[in-house]
Design a protein around this ligand. Structure first.
Ligand code: GLP
Length: 246
């Protein structure tokens, strides 16, 4: 696992965004695993700005989002579909049929999860997956207690996760369930980038760096993966001083 500590959120966003842009340039038909949440917003902004300068950026790329809420339509402003349109897809040359997001409004959720897992496999698997870090260590919506070999499925959201995501749901309750790709699905990605920013992540970053792998901290599953880059800004790295001479 490679760690990169950068000065601030802007540097973190540019660092992560450049990893994605380099992957796109090296292989225009790259298959990307993409996150939502506040952390990646700056990365998407950086990518949109850079892609504006290039003739083609996402024209052959495929994207698979990590997760989506259950019970709200894609058009709902709190959906991750809306998030992705707003922050990335509406501003780059990605083809609609190359965008993949689980359908949280599907009639048959189990069938939808199986379909999504199959779509990833049919695309040849994820080449490069970006992950935020939940305050309780979740990745995607894989909450503490998730087996490391889990696949795409419907999950219940913890109260702390629902509270953290409440700002996107001003007019209705935060959904209680989501579809998420599994930890096993994430570990199958050829390369993984996890990023965390801000003092509110310092505690969980310290736990992630110091604790032995266990299902109680889902992100520790990444320890077994051969190609993981962790990017943290100084605020998120604030408690690592005891572990490293920084
Ligand atoms: C959400 C998302 C995760 C994200 C995490 C952290 O629950 N489902 O994919 O990584 O929370 O979000 P943030 O970046 O807003 O802290």
């Amino acid at each position: 696992m490679k760690w990169r500590v950068v000065n601030d959120y802007q540097a973190l966003s540019a660092f992560a965004g450049d990893i994605l842009l380099r992957a796109l340039r090296a292989r225009p038909d790259v298959v990307l695993g993409l996150p939502t949440g506040r952390t990646p917003e700056g990365m998407y902004e950086h990518i949109v700005a850079e892609c504006g300068r290039e003739y083609r950026c996402f024209s052959s790329a495929q994207t698979f989002n990590l997760d989506e809420y259950v019970g709200i339509p894609p058009s709902h402003p709190g959906s991750y579909y809306s998030y992705m349109r707003h922050h990335l897809f509406d501003h780059v040359d990605i083809r609609d049929d190359n965008v993949h997001i689980p359908d949280g409004a599907a009639q048959n959720l189990e069938a939808e999860c199986a379909r999504y897992e199959l779509e990833i496999a049919q695309a040849g698997g994820l080449d490069l997956t970006f992950l935020g870090l939940g305050r309780n260590g979740h990745i995607g919506f894989n909450e503490p207690g998730t087996p490391f070999d889990s696949r795409t499925r419907v999950v219940g959201l913890t109260e702390s996760t629902r509270r953290a995501n409440a700002p996107e749901f001003q007019d209705c309750p935060v959904p209680t369930r989501a579809i998420t790709i599994g930890i096993g699905t994430i570990l199958d990605s050829k390369r993984i980038v996890l990023f965390a920013s801000g003092t509110e992540k310092a505690g969980i970053v310290w736990r992630f760096a110091s604790e032995d792998p266990s299902e109680s901290l889902p992100a520790t599953a990444l320890r077994s993966h051969p190609d993981v880059t962790v990017i943290v800004d100084r605020n998120a790295a604030a408690e690592l001083g005891e572990l490293w001479d920084m």
